[in-house]
Design a protein around this ligand. Structure first.
Ligand code: ADP
Ligand code: MG
Length: 477
């Protein structure tokens, strides 16, 4: 009888444990990673002295047990599962739902919605694929100068997988800038427009784990066969297999055979191919053969546009002033912006009678704002590039010695900003500008003086600073 009660509450325990896990994840990245795995848990039930979590594939069990069994067990214990019950992950076929097995809500959702087909192809013949995040679509991706090139390439690939010269498409950029989102958008698009195409989305970490498993189980041919069947291979975070020669070689072979059959490959990485350390030369060569695109940090306008789009999705009415405040203060990457928005939204839901003011927002976001202060310096190169683009001149113009006023102002402005926005020494700045200390100091001082009397110049500078993801107040103290 006792067991029966527990069985009835297995779903409740599950819900509570998952909420708890969501709360305790240390970083937004960890949380988003975990969200991705949830759909893989297809059932949970209480059997004898165990809390049994069902997955559809053995390799999901092998791969998720070490990661999740213990945290999940701890979470379940904290929400009321008796301590003598242990968590076990096992393979459960979906059709053999026994009376004691509660399908997980994720499964129920997948069954009920149109989203089903997004998961189904993953489970057909290509067990290695991870489910695509529902909202990582092109529709939800906000375009801006920092990502428009990558976006255009991704769209082209999605419309004609394997049929463009963008093969592989290699997307790189710092963390939280939208690489995975864009990659999965390609997956969604292909699945939506061609039901027969098999899309495989995996991280290079998973690829590595599977490869290791395949060797241990003596099933390398089956592993290879599976990957050779894929129409679109989306390999996320390739930098993870740096220094792992064997798996690089395996990937090289997979890569080679897919390209040979005009299958599409998309790769993401935190650095450009040529900056990938501890990678085989020939693999780097391959990565550069298609199209290499960078996603950069979003400008103030793009950050604000992303915020507005995400805010709309929350269906809460957030004052524009607050959105601007976030866009101004959270500049590092989009994931941090989402984190900030989530905190604001939580506050609004829980304290619906208190009007949200800037002061409250400041307080809620104090940790993130503090963290932002430690973001690494802008490079002098970035500054020259942004200033040159703003004034419609080239970096060569900035570095030249021509004394026409159209060049002197931008040049001096770049010097001024290099002093204000980087921690580089005067010597380093002088070296990069190929000028003397005195010239740099004079240039920076000239701008400082003009600022007080030329509102137009001040406006321009503010604009340039925002384009670099900084705040006007960083330089105008
Ligand atoms: P990366 O893979 O580069 O670390 P992600 O693709 O995981 O970054 O993006 C982090 C978060 O930011 C995701 O929730 C994603 O939806 C969001 N995001 C990033 N860029 C954009 C964008 N241009 N428009 C909308 N959302 C974005
Ligand atoms: Mg990513």
């Amino acid at each position: 009888m006792m067991e029966h009660n527990l069985i009835e509450s297995s779903d409740e325990l599950w819900q509570k444990a998952i909420s708890l896990l969501r709360e305790v994840m240390a970083t937004d990245q960890e949380r988003s990673q975990m969200e991705r795995y949830f759909p893989l848990f297809i059932s949970h039930s209480i059997e004898n002295n165990e809390y049994v979590v069902g997955l559809s594939e053995q390799f999901h069990v092998d791969w998720l047990s070490p990661k999740f069994a213990l945290p999940l067990e701890r979470a379940l214990h904290s929400v009321g599962l008796p301590n003598e019950f242990h968590v076990r992950f096992t393979v459960k076929k979906q059709q053999e739902d026994s009376a004691t097995t509660t399908p997980s809500p994720e499964l129920a959702r997948n069954k009920l919605t149109d989203n089903q087909h997004r998961v189904a192809p993953h489970l057909r013949g290509i067990p290695s694929t991870m489910p695509l995040q529902e909202n990582y679509t092109f529709e939800n991706f906000v375009r801006g100068p920092s990502n428009s090139f990558a976006h255009a390439a991704a769209t082209a690939v999605a419309k004609g997988p394997g049929r463009t010269s963008y093969n592989p498409l290699f997307i790189y950029g710092g963390t939280g800038l939208g690489k995975t989102h864009l990659m999965e958008a390609i997956g969604h698009y292909v699945i939506d427009h061609s039901q027969s195409s098999s899309v495989c989305f995996i991280t290079s970490e998973t690829f590595l784990n599977e490869y290791v498993n395949a060797i241990q189980n003596d099933s390398l041919p089956a592993f290879r066969e599976r990957y050779r069947k894929v129409d679109v291979l989306l390999l996320d975070d390739v930098q993870f297999i740096a220094g792992k020669e064997k798996v690089q070689e395996e990937f090289f072979n997979t890569f080679y055979s897919l390209i040979l059959y005009h299958k599409q490959i998309v790769i993401t990485s935190d650095v450009s191919p040529k900056n990938l350390n501890k990678f085989e030369e020939r693999l780097i060569g391959r990565f550069q053969q298609g199209m290499v695109v960078e996603i950069e940090s979003p400008s103030y306008e793009t950050r604000l546009a992303i915020l507005k789009s995400k805010a709309q999705a929350t269906q809460k009415i957030i004052p524009e002033e607050i959105l601007k405040f976030i866009a101004e203060n959270i500049r590092s990457h989009v994931r941090a912006i989402e984190g900030a928005l989530a905190r604001i939204v939580t506050f609004m839901s829980m304290q619906s009678d208190i009007p949200l003011t800037i002061d409250i927002a400041k307080h809620l976001l104090r940790d993130s704002i503090e963290e932002e202060k430690t973001i690494k310096d802008l490079s002098i190169g970035d500054i020259m590039k942004t200033v040159a683009a703003f004034y419609g001149i080239t970096i060569e113009d900035i570095l030249s010695s021509q004394r026409t006023q159209t060049l002197v102002t931008p040049r001096q402005l770049a010097m001024f900003l290099s002093r204000k926005l980087t921690t580089k020494s005067l010597q380093e700045i002088a070296d990069e500008f190929k000028k003397t200390h005195a010239t740099i100091l004079h240039g920076a001082q000239t701008i400082q003086k003009r600022l007080d009397v030329e509102p137009d110049l001040k406006k321009s500078i503010e604009e340039v600073v925002l384009r670099m993801g900084r705040k006007a107040s960083d330089i105008l103290e």
